[in-house]
Design a protein around this ligand. Structure first.
Ligand code: ADP
Length: 448
């Protein structure tokens, strides 16, 4: 189905412009265009008609309906003067805005055609053949009014348009009032939030002040504890050493012979006293480290020699046949550090590894990492559950249920080792999986 003809007429004289205007509105109404679109179509038609008539010849106007796709009302105005297309297109530029599309073409050299189209709204009645007949019949009955009638209609349309503009202005005023109201609400909310934020900030500042005060108190308490530990352990050291000495004297071959029971009890006193001495020494060391009273004695440390010494002194402890004790050659040979403190940390870690390894290996190695050296003590012992990896660095903490394969412990070795690592400018960390083993890594700068 192609475009369906609806109506046609010829413009000859100026009065026909009123006729085509009325007809345009009628056709637009009949096919279902809304009131404003009817006026647009009528105005566009009368304007094009006026321009074409001014060019001097009769113009044929044809209304058609294009039912394909989006149904569209099309109007063509054919003027017999050729070569006018460009000039007319310029003149009609403004009018083109009243319709959806407007084209001005040379009609194959015989004249000029202006084509306009306006889409029908989605709610327009369906364009069945019956409906088309009805529209045609309606239009045929249409009797054109006089120019005065047309003026009256135009006036009514103007009044309707003015009413609409006023209604829109009222709407706009109402919207503006609402917007202002909303803005006031938002501002009030904003002020309230700002006040709440300020209040909260004041609270946070007060909390921080309290926190600062508490941390000063905490530091003072910790210093007092260290002082107390240092004093008590210092005071304990002399009598405990005396007990050990006396015990040795009592069991000496030069002393009077003791009964078996007496020897056993003296031996018990001696071992208890030496355990106590170990604890007291550990406490004293830790207290000193915590009080910041350990001053490293910096020097160029020969790691090869130190590893040799560790190998020699610790081998006697690693006597279990199923455990391989390996001190690898360090790949860094010298570094700036405190020889005694460094050896002490490594000895603590190695003793622990030996204590908690039933079979497999205990291995010490050292290699460079950037500007640092990493000392790694790795064992295949009992391992430590991940949630306790930090707790074992707390004083007196021992993994519940973990029992050294050999030797005893005080729970002070690791906290002390970590303190010393800090004093030497580095850190100590652990990686461990229960049942697989532990790896303690001491990281220190090569140059102090
Ligand atoms: P301790 O004198 O008890 O060895 P430490 O502070 O040196 O004290 O160690 C604390 C605890 O950490 C130990 O009691 C042990 O439970 C655990 N631990 C330390 N080193 C190892 C290791 N190499 N393998 C398994 N557990 C370890």
């Amino acid at each position: 189905m192609t475009a369906l003809p609806l109506m046609s007429m010829r413009l000859r004289v100026a009065q026909d412009i009123f006729v085509v205007r009325q007809l345009g509105r009628e056709v637009a109404r009949a096919v279902g265009l809304e009131s404003q679109d009817q006026t647009r179509m009528a105005t566009a038609l009368s304007e094009v008609g006026r321009v074409l008539l001014a060019a001097g010849r009769d113009t044929d106007v044809a209304f058609t309906l294009e039912p394909h796709g989006v149904p569209t009302l099309q109007v063509s105005l054919a003027h017999p003067a050729p070569g006018e297309a460009v000039r007319l297109a310029e003149q009609l530029q403004q009018v083109g805005r009243l319709v959806d599309t407007m084209e001005v073409d040379d009609d194959g050299g015989t004249g000029t055609v202006v084509r306009m189209a306006r889409r029908l709204p989605p709610g327009a009645p369906g364009l069945t053949p019956g409906r088309m007949e009805e529209i045609r019949a309606g239009l045929a009955r249409h009797v054109p009014g006089s120019p005065l009638d047309e003026l009256a209609v135009q006036n009514q349309q103007l009044i309707a348009a003015l009413d609409e503009v006023r209604a829109q202005r009222d709407d706009l005023a109402r919207l503006n009032a609402e917007l202002e109201e909303t803005n006031r609400g938002v501002m009030a909310l904003y002020h309230q939030l700002s006040e709440e934020l300020e209040e909260t900030n004041r609270g946070v500042v007060a909390l921080y002040a309290e926190l600062d005060e508490k941390s000063v108190q905490l530091r003072a308490a910790s210093e007092a504890k260290s002082r107390f530990l240092a004093n008590v352990s210092h005071e304990l050291r002399a009598p405990v050493t005396a007990i050990i000495g006396l015990g040795r004297l009592l069991t000496d071959s030069a002393s009077d012979e003791l009964t078996d029971e007496q020897s056993r009890q003296v031996e018990l006193i001696r071992t208890s006293a030496s355990d106590l001495l170990t604890l007291v020494n550990g406490l004293l060391d830790l207290a000193k480290a915590e009080a910041g009273r350990i001053e490293p004695n910096w020097s160029d440390v020969d790691l090869k020699a130190m590893f040799g010494q560790l190998r020699g002194t610790l081998r006697p402890l690693a006597t279990r046949p199923g455990v391989e004790f390996v001190v690898e050659e360090p790949t860094v040979t010298t570094m700036r550090s405190d020889e005694v403190l460094l050896a002490q940390v490594l000895r603590n870690l190695l003793t622990n590894a030996i204590k908690f390894t039933e079979s497999g290996s205990v291995r010490l190695s050292a290699h460079p990492v950037g500007d640092d050296v990493e000392f790694v003590v790795a064992d295949t012992g009992t391992g430590i559950p991940p949630e306790l990896h930090e707790r074992i660095f707390e004083e007196f903490y021992q993994v519940p249920g973990s029992r050294p394969v050999s030797g005893k412990g005080t729970g002070l070795g690791l906290p002390y080792a970590r303190r010393l690592a800090g004093v030497l400018g580095g850190g100590l960390r652990v990686d461990s999986t229960p049942g697989e083993g532990s790896t303690f890594t001491l990281r220190l700068p090569v140059a102090s």
